[in-house]
Design a protein around this ligand. Structure first.
Ligand SMILES: Nc1ncnc2c1ncn2[C@@H]1O[C@H](COP(=O)(O)OP(=O)(O)OP(=O)(O)O)[C@@H](O)[C@H]1O
Length: 261
């Protein structure tokens, strides 16, 4: 079996008396698309925040290619190759799509950011490289037609794609997508499903997603991890998860649509 790219090992997070994640463990294989599901408040976002460095585990650890990343700040985790996108993505609304993607390259590179302000020769080299990379990402995501559009004018679907473009600026190996299909209609969801697949198939990325849209989750995932009340209650393929009594029980009476549509 291939060595896992990401290992979640006994991750526990307590907020005062509340245990948001309790001893969660699972591995993610390279180029896998893995979804984390669970009813509202189950602890999915808390888990993602710990993987990406936004909060530290109370105990347990997260390993990327065998090295511990938990405890590092998000920008260090991102530079190593693990990036979380959407909810915390900074989009400069008064800049164009292309400017946002170019700036994202600078923001992710500290040396370049200083040079950017002081006009160093290295910064000029970076500038050309970043512009080339930004255009490549824009082409990959099919955003050519809105390249020069101001971010403030973009509808939700395009804003989400811009968030993804910004996430790709660091050339991550693992991308964490926080509710990528939220607020999308059926066609937009299907386009995003295809795009996420291409991230894996054409760019070799490993994709983790937290999502409530069960039909989309079942369609896109190689494997699914289900958590409830902070604990992992199931892990398996979409069909295994759909048939799992603990998962079905967790979803009964929850606000989410019945699993397995
Ligand atoms: N910073 C925090 N301080 C205190 N409690 C928190 C904090 N963040 C999350 N929680 C609590 O931890 C639990 C898990 O929250 P989390 O946001 O991880 O759930 P979730 O599965 O992502 O929910 P949803 O699907 O509704 O987004 C909830 O009870 C939440 O209120």
């Amino acid at each position: 079996m291939t060595a896992p790219i990401l290992q979640i090992k006994g991750v526990t997070k307590r907020f005062g008396g509340l245990t948001a994640n309790s001893e969660i463990s699972f591995d993610v294989a390279p180029r896998e698309i893995l979804s984390v599901i669970g009813p509202n408040g189950a602890g999915k976002s808390t888990l993602f925040k710990q993987i990406a460095g936004f909060i530290n585990p109370t105990s347990g650890e997260v390993l990327f290619k065998g090295s511990r990343i938990s405890g590092l700040p998000p920008h260090k985790v991102a530079r190593l190759g693990v990036v979380r996108t959407f909810q915390e993505t900074t989009i400069f609304r008064s800049m164009t799509v292309r400017e946002n993607v170019v700036v994202a390259h600078h923001l992710r590179s500290k040396a370049s950011l200083l040079g950017f302000f002081f006009g160093s020769g290295q910064a000029r080299t970076d500038e050309a490289e970043f512009a080339r990379s930004a255009d490549d990402i824009i082409d990959f995501l099919g955003l050519q037609s809105i390249r020069n559009e101001m971010a403030s004018n973009l509808p939700q679907g395009h804003l989400r794609a811009l968030g993804m473009a910004i996430g790709l600026a660091t050339h991550p190996e693992v991308i964490l997508l926080d509710e990528p299909f939220a607020g999308m209609n059926h066609d937009e969801t299907m386009r995003m499903v295809a795009l996420v697949r291409r991230l894996r198939d054409e760019r070799g990325l490993t994709v983790l997603l937290v999502e409530h849209d069960m039909p989309a989750v079942m369609k896109i995932s190689d494997r699914i991890v289900c958590i409830n009340f902070g604990e992992k209650i199931a892990e398996g393929t979409p069909s295994e998860i759909q048939a799992n009594p603990r998962v079905i029980e967790a979803y009964l009476g929850s606000e989410d649509a019945a699993i397995g549509m």
